[in-house]
Design a protein. Structure first.
Length: 163
């Protein structure tokens, strides 16, 4: 599927696949240390083989993951991983040049819709307490915020999905 960004450019979005391991590894090397820290809540410069398996070998039912590509280059990844029958954790990273162009919002909407079809009613997100962009994203796609707690510099938000 093609998505159009706010600057008029387009990205191709598809489910992640095991063959994306090299793209994912290269994508991590291309993002800034600040972006990596906001996504992983710790400095992150590479993935282990086990992490790459976990991140790319998904069932698209309990672990939904989409990649956004532009010119065969990975520009973003969004995922929802089921933590219980009705809740999934959301994670997203958008490459620095594509931030602020609406890609994150569009990817989150796609992942949330796929999760909803799989029976997920709530999406949880964990972020740095000061990450206002992530907070705005979490509050923007659900119908209601059921939980918003800050502890030790980390914020957890749980949003109810539309029926």
């Amino acid at each position: 599927m093609l998505l159009t960004l706010l600057d008029g450019s387009t990205v191709f979005v598809r489910p992640i696949s095991p063959e994306d391991k090299p793209l994912l590894a290269e994508g991590l090397r291309q993002i800034s240390p600040e972006t990596a820290f906001r996504r992983f809540l710790t400095p992150k410069v590479s993935f282990s083989a086990a992490e790459l398996r976990y991140l790319t070998e998904v069932d698209q039912h309990d672990h939904i993951a989409l990649v956004a590509l532009q010119d065969d280059r990975l520009v973003a990844v969004a995922r929802a991983v089921r933590t219980d029958e009705h809740t999934a954790d959301l994670a997203i990273v958008v490459g620095d040049p594509w931030q602020g162009l609406g890609l994150g919002r569009q990817l989150v909407a796609l992942v949330a819709e796929r999760a909803r079809v799989e029976g997920v009613t709530h999406i949880a997100g964990t972020m740095l307490a000061g990450n206002t962009r992530a907070l705005k994203l979490m509050r923007g796609f659900g119908t209601q915020v059921d939980r918003d707690v800050i502890s030790h510099g980390v914020r957890e938000v749980v949003t109810r999905l539309a029926a």
